[in-house]
Design a protein around this ligand. Sequence first.
Ligand SMILES: Nc1ncnc2c1ncn2[C@@H]1O[C@H](COP(=O)(O)OP(=O)(O)O)[C@@H](O)[C@H]1O
Ligand SMILES: [Mg+2]
Length: 275
Amino acid sequence: MSTPPILDIKALTKTFGGAGGHTALDDVYLTVPTGSTVGLVGESGSGKSTLLRCIVRLERPDSGAVMFDGRDVHRLRGADLRAFRREVQLIPQDPYASLNPRMTVADIVSEGLVVHRLARSRPQRRDRVAQALTEVGLDPGAMDRRPATFSGGQRQRIAIARALVLEPRLLVCDEPVSALDVSVQAQVVNLLADLHESRGVTILFIAHDLAIVQQLCARVAVLRAGVVVEEGATSQVFATPRHRYTRELLEAVPVPDPLRARTDRAVPGGALTLP
Ligand SMILES: Nc1ncnc2c1ncn2[C@@H]1O[C@H](COP(=O)(O)OP(=O)(O)O)[C@@H](O)[C@H]1O
Ligand SMILES: [Mg+2]
């Protein structure tokens, strides 16, 4: 028997602006296998962030369901909801906006430990913070500094550490490197790839950069105007796209050699970035 998918999105619809409003998601189905890496691509405004926000309960869908571990996320209550909030962590797009400038790194990374009562004492929490910072490639000696003293790439590592201390099973990442300098994008993508390997954490990754999806994601779904028009193994979708829209995306940014997907650590950005 195969493992059931960690995330299964069924017939999800989300409209903004009431009746006659704008349909951001239209009957979306998407399966994220346990332990996989899935990319979600599509031009700006296609509904990618709305889908992620529906997954983590920042938006409520009009209809359809987000099933996590076989249970409807929008019906969770009590202890089940608290467990969900620990097990699913969002890596936001902009590490400049997502870290409270008044808090130290130690406070930022340990906040979830306090909320979820995972480390009772301050020394225990500082230990866990130090471990997480080390895991994301930051010096734990810096934990008493504030975000302003860190670069964009380092801030995104802090955001990843904040997620990791909770030992999540699913990371949902909303264009987590698009606000970073091209020169550090690859480092952060490599970190996520390493965490996937070492922890087996499942990753759902929104990207506007197809080279990053080719590098990181075993599967890819293509969203166009709120509709998933194509979905499958990344190597297959990129080599033989079935939908015209996918071909257009690929033609705008030719991916060098689709058959080398995931074995080749391409440098994201540059000429391969979608306009
Ligand atoms: N809170 C909101 N209120 C009204 N419209 C929204 C809201 N959030 C998103 N939208 C609209 O939904 C569509 C999809 O947006 P979004 O999910 O942010 O796309 P993407 O992340 O792919 O760029 C866009 O037309 C956007 O303007
Ligand atoms: Mg978005």
